[in-house]
Design a binder for this molecule. Structure first.
Ligand code: HEC
Ligand code: HEC
Length: 396
């Protein structure tokens, strides 16, 4: 073979090799896994691998006490902790529904005016409830027990339940010391707060596990080709690109839980005052971080010490919820205003005027196809609950 012929064949083989790589690459999506430095930084910030350990709660000395977890686990599923003997925390926070209930507004003894949020990862939230009217998980847990529409119990009845059940009493006294006397009001309130602290210790163990997005993010952040089952489809990738770019979702849904810790008015059909009421409630709450039932030195109550106490932006503002594990928590928003993710996204796209206060949303003008891609991306945030197996069902 002469030299010219040799080179011709040589280049032909080389080029067809390169063409094949490009073709296969684009078919498996390799070529569209190229993200800019800025996009990679955003993906890293959302990746579950960036989630810090559950922050300590200095207001609850028993927050990480295994005995408190076991007691809290029992209380969470116990229907006797209600006026009718029919309502437990788990009545509305149903483990197989990602600790939500699947209905528009929650129903206990009566019907409330708010939608049940998940408790997965709520240990990371400095404010609890849609309006942030509680500043710790333990103080939050006391709310539904005394709410006439939820458990409809009293603190004295709750403490009596512990007193009269030998197993509860033993567990309680083992952690917190002697039960209060029957007529000791202050002691009863303190014991009631302790029940909240045990329930909080349990809730701190209910955490989000990785979804398809997280496996994908791990791969691209480590510059390896995503495994087949963690490869995002072209639509899911387009949705991710919109989420961190043009659609501006990252402004409020940021960090590995896809939630900042702030309150925003998103112009929902509602005349609920939201945070503007919640902030005065938490400042006056008898169980807040500054209260005598808190185990924290006042100086460590930084959230409440520095909370934004007024301003028109609090009117009609609600806490940004996590976007992880949305598949079983519909309907969405603080009063379950929207039945599906598509309805939520249509709302963001239109950005209507708020009924109360001022909406912070800006019209997106996305196409129907783009909204579909965003919804598909959100579905990649579905993962298993990260918790010891026994904790997801009633204790044996
Ligand atoms: C009747 C249904 C119902 C029951 C029973 C119930 N919850 Fe809830 N839970 C809700 C609703 C509704 C909200 C939101 C209410 C609001 O924001 O005003 C909520 C909010 C929460 C939150 C706040 C989550 C967040 O991100 O802000 C936690 C934590 C929680 N509940 C735990 C509990 C615990 C613990 C119990 C039992 C002591 C309990 N719930 C009983 C319906 C219920
Ligand atoms: C200005 C802040 C802000 C921006 C921007 C924003 N969100 Fe939200 N998002 C919120 C708040 C606050 C809520 C809860 C509102 C309420 O119930 O009153 C919410 C609720 C949601 C919910 C319902 C979750 C649930 O459990 O009920 C979804 C889904 C959602 N947002 C997705 C998105 C997507 C996708 C984008 C981008 C297109 C986006 N959000 C942009 C603040 C924001």
């Amino acid at each position: 073979m002469n030299m010219r012929r040799f080179y011709l064949v040589y280049f032909l083989i080389l080029f067809s090799g390169i063409a094949a790589v490009i073709l296969i690459g684009s078919r498996t999506g390799m070529s569209s896994d190229k993200w800019s430095e800025e996009e990679r930084a955003a993906i890293r910030s959302l990746w579950l691998g960036s989630l810090a350990p559950v922050p300590p709660d200095p207001s609850n000395k028993f927050a990480d006490d295994a005995r408190a977890v076991a007691l809290g686990h029992r209380l969470f599923f116990d229907k006797r902790l209600s006026k009718t003997g029919t309502v437990a925390c788990a009545t509305c926070h149903i483990p197989i529904l990602n600790f939500s209930d699947g209905v528009k507004v929650a129903k206990g003894i009566g019907i409330t005016d708010r939608n049940t949020p998940t408790i997965i990862g709520s240990a990371y939230s400095p404010w609890l409830f849609w309006d942030g009217r509680k500043d710790s998980l333990w103080a939050q847990a006391l709310g539904p027990i005394e709410n006439p529409l939820e458990h409809g119990f009293t603190r004295a009845q709750a403490v009596n339940l512990i007193r009269q059940d030998a197993d509860y009493k033993k567990r309680y006294e083992n952690i917190f010391g002697a039960m209060p006397k029957l007529k000791d009001q202050e002691g009863i309130t303190r014991a009631f707060a302790n029940l909240g602290k045990a329930i909080a210790a349990y809730e701190r163990k209910i955490l989000p596990g990785p979804g398809k997005f997280d496996f994908y993010a791990a791969a691209i952040l480590h510059n390896v080709e995503p495994a087949k089952k963690s490869q995002l489809s072209p639509d899911e990738r387009a949705g991710l690109k919109l989420f961190i770019g043009e659609a501006n979702c990252l402004r409020c849904h940021n960090g590995p839980l896809f939630a900042n810790t702030d309150f925003h008015n998103t112009g929902l059909p509602s005349s609920d005052k939201g945070r503007s009421q919640g902030v005065s409630q938490v400042l006056n709450d008898e169980f807040n971080c500054q209260s005598r039932f808190s185990d924290s030195p006042l100086a460590l109550c930084s959230e409440i010490n520095f909370a934004k106490k007024g301003g028109s932006e609090l009117l009609g503002a609600f806490k940004t919820p996590t976007l992880r594990n949305l598949s079983k928590t519909a309907p969405y928003m603080h009063a379950g205003q929207f039945k599906s993710l598509r309805d939520v996204l249509d709302h963001y796209n239109r950005a209507p005027k708020a009924r109360i206060g001022q909406s912070e949303l800006i019209k997106l003008g996305l196409s129907g196809q783009q909204l579909g891609q965003l919804a598909k991306f959100l579905n990649t945030l579905e993962g298993p609950v990260e918790a010891k197996k026994g904790l997801l069902s009633p204790p044996k």
